[in-house]
Design a protein around this ligand. Structure first.
Ligand code: T4K
Length: 381
């Protein structure tokens, strides 16, 4: 193979941020001494209040993962009927509706941000519509003001899937302030994490109170259960990780921004490769580095590029292919028909997420970009 040598070790799409091991051991020692391992222990409580401050949201509940948190969010708003959502997301978004006996209605996305297209929402509203579930996909904020206007006009709730949007702001306003509820994923693959974990942010203290009950079997007091709940608690080992990483996440975002800009710079002149841009007024968090591959112009399909990269030990991902509307469990829905979702359909064939994490070296980024150029010129294999 002429051109760049393959990486000697695999370069994955992401690598979790980790605290200093000694610092984590010190936190674990406190857990050992207290013998409080879970059930809203002191570290989980402290993390809840520190995270609410960090995200500038009035109320926040922590969960064992983002998926459970999203399912509880639907319960909290007592949703029934149809929910308008996006097919361009991770399976968890649509599954949260299905598992609440709600019918997902897929809405197409905008070309630039790949978030729900507000121009397509109203035509999907029926007498059974109760809510909208948009996703700030890749941390790109949705058109929140326009979506809120539509929701207000039709009396709909909004739950934002903000799994990717930790720390994002729109014109100085934290992303978790919009809608009725926002869900943040705190999974190890996210910029900030608690190994596994999730959080719901609300304006209403009443929602926070019920949320805390629903994540703990519905227990109100030792001898009192109001409604069926689940087990969605974050344990102390996870909370310790979260507490230590709060001090590191800002630095991580700064480094990811540098890497993102370097990628954009190096890929700018590769024909057929389109990179995103920052949105005006948005404080981004750079969770993923996404390219769009134009098969004709690049000369190879997105899948061929992904395969080519693998030969160099670079493991990119096709987030989000296939679309949720293509899953066997959803593809028979009327809204899932291809003709209804042209932008999402095309985008799912074009997107490729390249490695991005704070520990990625500039020289690794340079090499990945030169491999992308090299594969294009037919130098692969
Ligand atoms: N809504 C949206 C829009 C979401 O994207 C997600 C989750 C959710 C809701 C649900 O939130 P959670 O319930 O997960 O909190 C990953 C994540 O598991 C998932 O959290 C995430 N979205 C989704 C987009 O990606 P996979 O199956 O692609 O992850 P995996 O295991 O292949 O990891 C990717 C790479 O990261 C690996 O190749 C290596 C590296 N890695 C991963 C882990 C877990 C590590 O180096 N260390 C690790 O511990 O799903």
């Amino acid at each position: 193979m002429n051109g760049p040598e393959p990486f000697p070790h695999p370069i994955y799409v992401t690598q979790p941020l980790l605290p200093d091991l000694q610092d984590y051991c010190d936190m674990l020692r406190q857990v050992w001494e207290s013998r409080l391992l879970t059930n809203n222990g002191p570290m989980a409580k402290r993390l809840e209040s520190e995270l609410a401050k960090y995200l500038c949201v009035p109320h926040l509940s922590l969960f064992s993962n983002g998926t459970i948190a999203l399912q509880i969010a639907c319960r909290l708003l007592r949703l029934k009927g149809e929910v308008i959502t996006t097919p361009f997301t991770f399976a968890a978004t649509t599954h949260a509706l299905y598992l609440n006996d709600l019918k997902p209605v897929f809405c197409d996305v905008e070309e630039e941000t790949l978030t729900m297209d507000p121009d397509r929402v109203e035509e999907l509203i029926t007498p059974d519509t109760c809510a909208i579930l948009p996703v700030h996909v890749y941390g790109n904020p949705c058109k929140v003001e326009r979506l809120q206007k539509i929701a207000d006009k039709h009396g709909l709730k909004i739950i934002y899937d903000a799994a990717h949007a930790f720390g994002v702001e729109i014109d100085g306003i934290p992303v978790g302030s919009y809608g009725d509820i926002s869900m943040f994923s705190l999974h190890a693959t996210k910029i900030y994490h608690t190994i596994e974990g999730g959080a719901l942010a609300f304006k209403s203290p009443g929602l926070k109170e019920r949320s805390d009950q629903l994540r703990n079997f519905g227990i109100v007091k030792e001898d009192h259960i109001n409604e069926p709940g689940t087990n969605g608690k974050l344990n102390e080992i996870q909370a310790a990780m979260g507490l230590l990483l709060l001090d590191k996440v800002d630095e991580e975002i700064i480094r990811r921004k540098e890497i993102t800009y370097l990628y954009r710079d190096l890929l700018r002149n590769v024909p057929g490769i389109r990179t995103g841009e920052d949105q005006d007024g948005v404080k981004h968090n750079y969770p993923y580095f996404v390219i769009r591959v134009d098969h004709k112009e690049y000369g190879l399909s997105r899948d061929e590029l992904q395969k080519g990269l693998r030969e160099y030990n670079v493991f990119s991902r096709r987030y989000f292919y296939p679309l949720c509307s293509h899953f066997r469990c959803y593809r028979d829905l009327y809204s899932a028909r291809a003709g209804n979702l042209p932008v999402a359909e095309r985008s799912a064939e074009e997107v490729l997420v390249l490695p991005l994490y704070g520990g990625l070296k500039n020289e690794d980024v340079e090499k990945i970009c030169s491999v992308i150029g090299h594969i294009r010129s037919g130098g692969n294999g």
